[in-house]
Ligand binder design. Sequence first.
Ligand SMILES: Cc1cc2nc3c(=O)[nH]c(=O)nc-3n(C[C@H](O)[C@H](O)[C@H](O)COP(=O)(O)OP(=O)(O)OC[C@H]3O[C@@H](n4cnc5c(N)ncnc54)[C@H](O)[C@@H]3O)c2cc1C
Length: 380
Amino acid sequence: MEFNLSEEQVDIQKAAREFAQGEFDPDEASDYDRNGQFPLKILKKACHLGFIGMHFPNRYGGQDLGLLENILVVEEFCRQHSGIGVALGLSDFGSEMILRFGSEDQKKRYLPPIAKGERVSSLAYMEEDQTDGFSFFSTVAIRNGDGYLINGKKIFVVNGTLPGPMIVLCQLNKARSEDQVALIVEKNGDGPVLSMMGGQIGMRMVPMVSLTYNDIKVPQGNLIGNEGEGRSQFVTFLNEMRIEAAAMGVGIAQGAFDLALTYARQRVQFGQKIASFEAIRNKLADMVTRIEMARSLTYKAAWDLDRNGGNILLNYMAKMVSAETAFEVADDAVHIFGGYGYIVENQIEHFYRDARMVNVFGESGQTQRLLIADRIIGKI
Ligand SMILES: Cc1cc2nc3c(=O)[nH]c(=O)nc-3n(C[C@H](O)[C@H](O)[C@H](O)COP(=O)(O)OP(=O)(O)OC[C@H]3O[C@@H](n4cnc5c(N)ncnc54)[C@H](O)[C@@H]3O)c2cc1C
């Protein structure tokens, strides 16, 4: 077994850390967060240095690297600032559907602008009446001439207001038919009707919308893969996405821990540094241990996906453990800051708010637990 990152991976990690430390200004970040503004300027700089879409091949603007390299960057970005890190990490959300299953023409058309930060992708799967693990959608694509007409409604779509391709998962021809399709909808002309979801407690730099599709026309050339493949493409995508979400959780936890450790070493109460109190020391020891557990699972899941195509059980575990770790560690970090943890200026509270997102993003932690149990217990 080899637990060390390669020299190249260590260099990527270091470069991402230095970029985030240099570019993620806390005051600017607070403004973005308060105003619900996407950090486009920082995204463009990150793209210029090749941090976004590094898992795309060179010919599509990427660096031919794997998921592990990609998540090392996501982790470092979220560690420095959870809000900016999540926004940058999600700027290519859903693009893997095109990368893994799209035509040559689709890859050439959509991937390079995402890697350059000129476009931001989104993926619309969630619906109001989603009850059975995405096996059926009420949003329907009907064949129409040389393309499709989409009708239905999607909710919780991140990056929905930003320019870029939006992949929409639909049932083909009628709700509850067997076949699903993934279609690329371009956000220009007569697109879907868009409305904001009402503001988020965290992840505030990322716009989240609901979308209503009334006879939205999509050309045949925007079908990803073939008819009937939408579901299997999405399942494959979710495997990769869970690991990226897990990396966000690890970064958020590490960032909250870093601040709490620094604070505990400085803050004096009852004539001593609070880092000398046993209760604080135990908390810090538990926090760092939990982060290491989440990181190990996450890296292993990414390594396995790059090398062997992925292990579904590991993916569920990494996402579940990382989401719980992010939230618990951020909570402990706010606790260590005492009353000052409640003050926005101290930069700890956003880790707490943003950590909550990791649990629910994709599937909830409870769903992950059920999926793990299903796998290990099997049919009884
Ligand atoms: C920050 C964020 C970003 C998102 N981004 C996108 C996006 O870009 N595109 C998109 O399409 N969607 C997106 N979503 C939607 C997201 O995938 C769903 O919110 C998520 O799948 C949970 O679904 P739900 O909200 O319907 O919760 P529900 O499924 O209604 O769950 C509600 C509660 O019930 C529990 N529960 C559910 N089923 C069971 C069960 N069988 N047994 C026990 N407990 C159960 C859950 O754990 C949870 O606590 C996003 C959501 C968030 C919050």
